[in-house]
Design a protein. Sequence first.
Length: 274
Amino acid sequence: MRASIVLCSTMLFLGACSGSPDDRKDGGDTDVTDETGTPDTTDTDTDTVPGEDRSAALGGTIATLDGPYADVALRLCRGSACRNATSDASGAYHYAEVAVDWFSFEVVPPSGSGYATPFAPLEFHTDEARVVDVIMLRHDPASSLGATAAEHETGDGLFVTAGVADLVPPLLAEPATEVSGVIVPEAQRVPVDGITGTVLGMWYVEPFNYAAANGGLPARFEDAWGLADGTELEVYVGSYDESAWLPAGTATVSGGQITGAALPLLSTVILVQP
């Protein structure tokens, strides 16, 4: 696991960490159209470090189950610096001159769209031109948080225990009042760089990037794979601030349920068989 990256600045004029569709993590260029009014599919923010290897690139398309999704905001972040872009009319996006390093890659659903947040930590290598196509998925109906912690389904087969006081919002975001999520079909999963083993399941959990207030949110998975009792699995959560998959503990199969993990935050969750 890579070392943690410096968290977002708390200086308000620099902008906010991810939390709402209108926030910007670095406060750099936030334009989403060029001088002609056409969506700007290439980012204009820079986080150049003199002499570093910036030979990598990232591109792909953003789509829904119905077709290309235009004018969607994207963020490619390293530490507190983000490069912001938008998808064009065909859903395409592109980042050139990407540093050889780890980044947080986020597709920001439009406010009120009902789509969950696709997110993945990505590692780039010298001269690598990565293609990451993303399918936007609508999250399942939201479940209201109560004053007392209770179990909530956050996508088929994943249950998270939380109450209103158990989630810490990102900088400038509102406190959470509900949770939701969606299971990601295997063919539509985002990359899982650095993870070894077999990914059995992936979920986008909302509200995105809200941290656990007290160490971790208990998570339970339904065993949809017919695993033997006693089988031990690993759980990871994608961290926006650290550009890494954070371990959420070992989960054990018993009686058709998989328990023992605790999520450090809400984001992309993966269940892995070592």
